[in-house]
Write a protein that binds this ligand. Structure first.
Ligand code: NAD
Ligand code: MG
Length: 386
């Protein structure tokens, strides 16, 4: 039996993780669930999966939850600090971090310090502090397993291979809803258009990141740390059908890819069972029907997030952390209608240009850089809006 903690159980990845667990009740047991404010869904999940411990980070939601009664046998806590306890909870073996944004970093570190396997959906953990997180995981002999579909695909391609055989990683990108459009057109797009992803149904932030291609930029940095491959050997290929989830090119010229219909449950299951394949009822590719797969280079002039992410990644230190924070603020400002689509790139570029980086940062330095970048981004947005 594998005992699972899910941080962010009410979100897109969280609910799909519970679907995988529900389909394999003899293999997986839920021990910990956390959510931000959706107390009614959390309660349903608690009643169904009977965890030992549950957290609501919003005090207001927690208050409502308590008033309706804490289920018998459950330990319940509230507030963001309790995510650290959830990530290190004694009865769990593996922690699925499906929180959104930089808020996922401290729980990831708590999980590693507690010696538990970290199944990482929260890519922002590795973007902000990948160096520190992977060093800590190595020191504690903790496995960090990818949940992101591209990184799961790469892990599947690398199974049975040696590091010296790898020439490059090829991350595939759908290109998002605005693929093929140029600057004047994307400058005008609305929030509603951004939220219509062609192939995947996901949380709001990652859906907007997919439209700007910042998501792919974050994933390049995520791949750099998960697989210890430098940026010169990580390429992005646009593949609109989202069937090839990513590829690895080897020194002999051979290319391996992992294919499947777009369904996060497959990478989630592969991560939960730590690389051992399980039978599944997921809808499968049907090669008796015509299937066309196409590949094209990304349009780096229009979708500036991708070159910005490579630049931040190459500069290293606190630059990717700062980029991530500026992007979080930029995405929120776009959601709030304060800036337009291209404004999200401008915020990130402005904050990166202002940043005095520090090399070999410790956790406190990453926290300070994140904080600084949020303020710098807010300041820039307020100036632009006025
Ligand atoms: P989501 O918005 O659907 O869910 C986020 C979950 O985290 C919710 O349960 C929410 O209550 C909780 N949460 C959010 N912010 C919080 C905070 N500050 N404190 C405490 N709890 C908080 O997001 P998602 O789409 O499931 O994405 C989760 C992570 O997985 C992101 O890092 C995303 O980039 C990554 N990811 C998602 C997908 C996908 O298909 N959805 C695919 C690959 C990677
Ligand atoms: Mg992905």
């Amino acid at each position: 039996m594998i005992n699972v903690a899910i941080l962010g159980s009410t979100g897109s990845i969280g609910t799909q993780t519970l679907e995988v667990i529900a389909a394999n009740p003899d293999l997986f047991r839920v021990r910990v669930l956390t959510a931000y404010s959706n107390h009614s869904l959390l309660r349903q999940q608690i009643e169904r999966f009977r965890p030992d411990f549950a957290v609501l980070t919003s005090d207001r939601a927690a208050q409502t939850f308590r008033e309706a009664g804490v289920p018998a046998g459950l330990r319940f806590a509230q507030g963001e600090g309790c995510l650290l306890e959830a990530a290190a909870y004694p009865t769990a073996d593996i922690v699925v971090n499906s929180l959104v944004g930089f808020a996922g970093l401290a729980p990831s570190i708590a999980c590693i310090n507690a010696g538990k396997t970290l199944a990482i959906a929260n890519k922002e953990t590795l973007v902000a502090a990948g160096d520190l997180v992977m060093k800590l995981a190595a020191a504690k002999q903790v496995k960090v397993v990818p949940v992101d579909s591209e990184h799961s695909a790469i892990a599947q391609c690398l199974a049975g291979e040696t590091a010296s055989a790898v020439k490059r990683l090829l991350l595939t990108a759908s290109g998002g809803p605005f693929r093929g459009r140029k600057l004047p057109e994307i400058a005008q797009v609305s929030l509603a258009e951004c939220l219509k992803h062609p192939n995947w149904s996901m949380g709001r932030k990652i859906t907007i990141d997919s439209a700007t291609l910042m998501n792919k930029g974050l994933e390049v940095i995520e791949a750099r740390w998960l697989f210890d491959v430098d940026y010169e050997r990580i390429d992005v290929v646009v593949h609109p059908q989202s069937i090839v989830h990513s590829m690895v090119e080897f020194v002999d010229g051979s290319v391996k890819g992992q294919l499947g219909l777009p369904d996060m449950k497959l990478p989630i299951q592969y991560a939960l069972n730590q690389g051992v394949r399980l039978d599944s009822a997921f809808t499968r590719l049907d090669f008796t029907q015509a299937l066309t797969l196409t590949f094209e280079p990304p349009d780096l002039d229009t979708f500036r997030a991708l070159p910005l992410a490579y630049e931040a990644g190459r500069r290293g230190g606190t630059f990717p952390c700062v980029m991530n924070a500026a992007n979080e603020i930029g995405v929120q400002a776009f959601i709030d209608g304060k800036i337009g689509f291209v404004g999200m790139y401008d915020v990130v570029e402005h904050v990166l240009n202002q940043h005095q980086g520090s090399s070999s940062p410790d956790l406190a330095a990453y926290m300070a850089a994140d904080d600084w970048a949020r303020q710098a981004a807010e300041k820039y947005i307020n100036k632009v809006v006025r």
